[in-house]
Design a protein around this ligand. Sequence first.
Ligand SMILES: Cc1cc2nc3c(=O)[nH]c(=O)nc-3n(C[C@H](O)[C@H](O)[C@H](O)COP(=O)(O)O)c2cc1C
Length: 215
Amino acid sequence: MYVKTIICISCSPSRGRNSDSMLDAFIRGVRTVSLVRADKLYLEDIAIDTYSFENRNGPTSHEGAFNNLIEKLRYAQGLVIATPTYNFSVPAHLKNFIDRIRFLALDFHEKNKLAQPTGKLGHLYTYFLVSGGTPVWAQKILFFAFPPFWLRGVFVYFGSRYVGSRYSGDLETFNNRKILRACERAGVRYARRVAYGETKGILSRIFWRPPQQDI
Ligand SMILES: Cc1cc2nc3c(=O)[nH]c(=O)nc-3n(C[C@H](O)[C@H](O)[C@H](O)COP(=O)(O)O)c2cc1C
């Protein structure tokens, strides 16, 4: 049976802390769903040179681990990014990773109405897990100054499907069972979406009828 692969990238340098724990809980949820496989990796384990004109077309010969990640992303169906908020944005190595996948993510031969390259990541269902030091109520008001907003913008530009994001403003998220449980439930919903495609509401699940030919 065809199993769909979800690449889960933990981007905080602080392992076992907030965003990493959110990701672990999310993956626990994902793994309760059949037909999907979650592969977790730490972005800091992968050496990636800073973007430059010379490396614009992909990993260079000494970037073997980065090349492996690119190959996984080519064939995966899901991408989950877990990251802390750093200075209204994401840690530098995550930003650089996103800069470097430009060659994979954009088609420079096909431009849209704004003369921008079109996205090539339509095969990826994306989800973002973000930790920060700002309470949720303030993050909701200042949403544009936090990674879920920016990450969503970039990956939609890259053509991928946005499934959702979760933000936690608790500095001890790793101890917060309520938030971790919510991440786990989000993982289940996300995995179902990846496994079965577009989500179906309860009514359409009951009444949905497979495509059939009229005679
Ligand atoms: C360099 C640095 C910059 C930060 N900038 C922000 C920020 O702009 N907004 C915010 O809400 N929290 C900020 N924080 C707080 C972290 O996002 C917060 O501690 C988060 O829970 C860390 O997640 P982690 O344990 O997954 O690394 C910053 C922390 C550091 C170390």
